[in-house]
Design a protein around this ligand. Structure first.
Ligand code: NIG
Ligand code: FE
Length: 403
């Protein structure tokens, strides 16, 4: 082992989150060598070691992959505390949306906000995630709806990575709600998304994915079908907010287009699960929105499990239905509210979250994959899910560099 590497992390217990038949992908080795931002080798010092510029003693703590928050809307203007008050006075999320508030309220604030204002507030939120061990964040547009503001949002999202040790994956969510200028003709707005915005998003590489809100207060399955078809024409991946408030069969439709993920899915009919399994689509559960909207319909976890559908967990960080900038809190909610085991939750923010973003280089500690790693001072990985606000990573490496 004369090969030179950048850093060796010794004396760690490794929850690799690989699927190796062991809980949490536990590995028997206790050292990780990192080179050029990737994991070069996982080994035992008894077998020799690597020449390295830096050695780090992990003191028998647990090393996990950096967390991946695979569903957020963290670029936005203003906030919706006023709406929170209205909800406490008895108005529902849907009623507020139908009265021109909700997403449209944030659209107004986001159109007004300068790029710098949006960036500053987005960095603050992303930093809250990063300090809890998140090293990769998906960020959706969808609070601009017009060409100028959607492009502005996606560019702001991409810039976050220049300020924090995180990768950003962007998603175009033009079909979040119908903007006021198209309220009398929503189909024209869908045409605008398909024919004008998606080509620009693809050409300028502003996003990897196209998302929709398939719902009575969002877009119909027929409209979503057109948007998915346009996304595919431009070689963009598909994701979808589906079955959050009602069952419109959006998940089945998304699966038809090989969607990377179907998200929310509280009202998913278990009969549609085999189609999701067949298309290799990840079920992304968002317990923050469930909690925040006092929803009572739970996603069909037992049936997803029985069908072997990979389940991911995300914050859904947004100003309306989940103003929660804490992946660790969300992880606890996924267990307490939805009954996921701590192991399922940890796969949900690592290996399965990577799959929900189409990333093959992240989400596990494995030779050749990105060295995004967090060291936790815990006795067992379940502790990260069991408590709330008890832990922060002791040490972190992003692309192999300590941060
Ligand atoms: O994922 N469902 C639609 N979109 C967001 C909510 C956005 C908002 O209320 O601003 C969600 O819950
Ligand atoms: Fe969302």
């Amino acid at each position: 082992m004369t090969e030179q590497c950048d850093v060796v992390i010794d004396n760690v217990r490794i929850a690799s989150m690989q699927k190796n038949g062991k809980a949490y992908g536990l590995l028997s080795q206790s050292s990780v060598a990192v080179k050029n931002g990737k994991v070069l080798a996982i080994f035992d010092v008894s077998q020799g070691s690597y020449q390295c510029k830096q050695r780090f003693d992990g003191e028998n703590k647990w090393l996990l992959p950096g967390f991946i928050d695979c569903h957020t809307h963290l670029v936005y203007g203003g906030n919706r505390a006023n709406e929170f008050e209205q909800r406490l006075q008895g108005k529902s999320y849907t009623q507020i949306a139908l009265q021109g508030g909700g997403i449209l309220g944030t659209v107004h604030a986001t159109r007004e906000a300068s790029e710098q204002t949006l960036l500053t507030s987005a960095i603050k939120r992303a930093a809250r995630l990063a300090e809890e061990g998140v090293t990769c964040i998906e960020v959706k547009s969808g609070y601009g709806l017009d060409m100028h503001t959607e492009v502005k949002m996606l560019k702001v999202a991409q810039q976050i990575a220049e300020h924090l040790p995180v990768n950003i994956v962007t998603t175009y969510l033009g079909a979040h709600t119908v903007p006021k200028e198209y309220r009398s003709n929503p189909d024209d707005y869908v045409q605008f998304i398909c024919e004008q915005v998606i080509p620009v998003v693809a050409k300028q590489k502003l996003a990897n994915c196209v998302d929709v809100f398939c719902e009575s207060i969002g877009f119909s399955p027929a409209q979503c079908r057109k948007i998915f078809a346009a996304a595919k024409t431009h070689e963009l991946n598909v994701k979808a907010h589906v079955e959050q408030l009602s069952d419109l069969k959006g998940a089945k439709l998304a699966a038809e287009f090989g969607a990377l993920s179907v998200d929310h899915i509280e009202y998913l009919d278990p009969k549609d699960i085999p189609a999701i399994k067949h298309s290799g689509t990840v079920a992304v559960l968002l317990p923050g929105a469930f909690y925040y909207l006092s929803e009572t319909q739970k996603p069909p976890v037992a049936e997803l499990r029985a069908n072997g559908v990979p389940i991911a967990i995300a914050t859904d960080l947004n100003p309306g239905s989940s103003p929660i900038a804490s992946i660790l809190t969300i992880m606890n909610m996924a267990s307490v509210l939805f009954g996921l085991t701590p192991e399922e939750v940890l796969y949900g923010v690592t290996a399965h979250a990577a799959k929900a973003l189409g990333l093959t280089n992240k989400g596990q500690i494995k030779e050749g994959l990105d060295a995004d790693l967090c060291l936790w001072d815990i006795e067992h990985p379940a502790e990260l899910v069991y408590g709330i606000n008890q832990h922060r990573p002791e040490s972190k490496w992003f692309a192999g560099k300590g941060c």
